[in-house]
Design a protein around this ligand. Structure first.
Ligand code: NDP
Ligand code: HEM
Length: 498
């Protein structure tokens, strides 16, 4: 008898043979009553769950958020008080590629964080960029369609991408970052993360402040050129997983300095830009970043599927002291993620260990598929509705955020009217040195291969409004990369979809 545990069926009965299927004679056929054989094949058929509709390829690790600064006058969030230390999970990702995509592709990187606080899970589901391609969630599915495969060719389509971008000038800021050095970080450890949206803080006195979150890499920014990225993909498609997993396994723990920008509530009426517009940053000179602590990743998952693939991040997960803002994109995301999780992971996705809060959970949702917590979660079988007289859990008014000032007539307001889509991309362009500008031009030219001239000209007209050098640089790069000439095309007027 071996001292190893006995292998069992899923029903717990010992398995006598896991090498030979049950057959009539040594040559077969196989008996239908070989339940274990059928069970193995059936389970294998169900091993895959739907991949995330976006951000399917990812890399994750656990760590700690440690707060050293004092922002208690802005927020009552317990996990943000001086000295607080909160366990957390990070998952980094590319946006467009499928689960098997190569890691070193030019793309925006997801920067999703789950903080297991004593008041429940707080998720900050950001990117490695402070802005985004669109500012109205109505356009998000359209934008993502341009990033995914063409329905007929089943190939990624540069034409679709530049067609959409050139008709959506609000994308210029993010497109410029994507095509700059920061569009291809060497590893997830060598990039910043941004909460991107404007959120709010609220304090014990019921005062609200607007806030943006920044995570600044302490490893330094490191990027690859397209050619370096291609050379790496030729050797390994899993470069990020290798780097992140290997670094943490070697005991070298990556860190990010955590910063917030704070805006007093009424300033939102005064800024020359809409502070809830996800295509805009708040200039550092107006709202200086304040250091509040450090995020460190120090533990790899024991099982990738259970802890990283099953992780369910959602911007809807906030805790007392932190709230949303009028950002339209954020509001759509507050709906969208839990809906995605119910589809991808099931009704009780929050009961999967990696998603479970590390504080008591009491609610009145009942039953449902894969309910493993006994039907109800109130702590008392008689308290299965609310209000009740059986000491069931009750609401707690201290978790109520202060009233949010909103007003206005209901309409479909044109989000492009009166919006400067060129000023902030210009500020960014002006930050680049000559080498950075040259790489920006050649990255854009490379990404425009095969795009019809009319679309290229429409996009060049937008670049010209950012800076004449931007347009001239990309045009020259197009000429040298593709022999592109604009002789027959006249489209010097930028257009946007109505
Ligand atoms: P600042 O000069 O105060 O800030 C510039 C910031 O730009 C830097 O702090 C850095 O942000 C970021 N940056 C530097 N080089 C690059 C690069 N190659 N690619 C992308 N970002 C880079 O000016 P402003 O605050 O007025 O911002 C000017 C422009 O900088 C903005 O229009 C925006 O495009 C970009 N930016 C601004 C951020 C903000 O929150 N204000 C954040 C990130 C970019 P970091 O310290 O976060 O690395
Ligand atoms: C993943 C929707 C905008 C960052 C996802 C997923 C959906 C989604 C459905 C898959 C979730 C899952 O299956 O677990 C949307 C919608 C958006 C939007 C509807 C706009 C209206 C954004 C923005 C950011 C962002 C603006 C960053 C600032 C991410 C990240 C992930 C993700 C990081 C991966 C999370 C993980 O690692 O599991 N998004 N998204 N998304 N999204 Fe968005």
């Amino acid at each position: 008898m071996s001292d190893r545990p006995t292998m069992t069926t899923t029903a717990g009965a010992p398995v006598p043979d896991n090498q030979n299927s049950l057959t009539a004679g040594p040559r077969g056929g196989i008996m239908l009553q070989d339940y274990q054989l059928i069970e193995k094949l059936a389970h294998q058929n169900r091993e895959r769950i739907p991949e995330r509709v976006v951000h399917a390829k990812g890399w994750g690790a656990f760590g700690t958020l440690t707060i050293t600064g004092d922002i208690s006058k802005y927020t009552k969030a317990k996990c943000l008080q001086p000295g607080a230390s909160t366990p957390m999970l990070a998952r980094f990702s590319t946006v467009a590629g499928e689960q098997g995509a190569a890691d070193h592709e030019r793309d925006v990187r997801g920067f999703a964080l789950k903080f297991y606080t004593e008041d429940g899970n707080w998720d900050l589901v950001g990117n490695n960029t402070p802005v985004f391609f669109v500012r109205d969630p109505y356009k998000f599915p359209d934008f993502i369609h341009t990033q995914k495969r063409h329905p007929k060719t089943n190939l990624r389509s540069a034409t679709a991408m530049w067609d959409f971008w050139s008709l959506s000038p609000e994308s210029l800021h993010q497109v410029t970052i994507l095509m700059s050095d920061r569009g291809l970080p060497q590893t997830p450890m060598h990039m910043n993360g941004y909460g991107s949206h404007t959120f709010s803080f609220w304090n014990d006195a019921g005062e609200r402040y607007w806030v943006k979150f920044h995570f600044k890499t302490q490893q330094g920014h490191k990027h690859f050129t397209n050619e370096e990225g291609e050379a790496i993909i030729g050797k390994t498609r899993e470069g990020y997983q290798e780097a992140l997993f290997g670094t943490i396994e070697a005991g070298e723990f990556p860190r990010w300095t955590v910063q917030v920008q704070i805006m007093p509530e009424l300033d939102a009426d005064k800024t020359p830009y809409n502070p809830f517009d996800l295509t805009k940053v708040w200039p550092h000179s107006d709202y200086p970043p304040i250091d509040i602590g450090v995020m460190e990743l120090n533990r790899n998952a024991e099982n990738y599927f259970a802890e990283i693939e099953n992780a369910a991040f959602s911007p809807s997960n906030i805790v007392p002291g932190i709230a949303y803002s009028p950002d339209k994109m954020l509001q759509a995301r507050v709906f969208s993620y839990a809906d995605a999780h119910r589809h991808r992971l099931g009704t009780h996705y929050e009961n999967i260990p990696v998603n479970q809060p590390r504080c008591p959970v009491h609610h009145y949702h009942r039953d449902g598929q894969m309910n493993t917590y006994g039907g109800i979660r109130t702590g008392n079988p008689d308290a299965y509705y609310e209000p009740n007289s059986f000491n069931g859990p009750v609401e707690n008014k201290t978790a109520q955020e202060p009233p949010l000032r909103i007003s206005g007539d209901m309409s479909r307001f044109n989000h492009r009217e009166g919006n400067d889509d060129y000023g902030q991309p210009r500020a960014l362009f002006n930050l680049f040195d000559d080498g950075q500008k040259a790489r920006l031009f050649s990255n854009i030219a490379a990404a425009m291969g095969g795009v019809p001239g009319e679309i290229i000209e429409r996009q060049l007209a937008h670049f010209k409004l950012v800076h004449p050098d931007y347009e001239a640089g990309v045009r020259a790069a197009l000429e040298s990369a593709h022999g592109y000439k604009a002789d027959t095309i006249s489209a010097d007027k930028p257009q946007a979809a109505e």
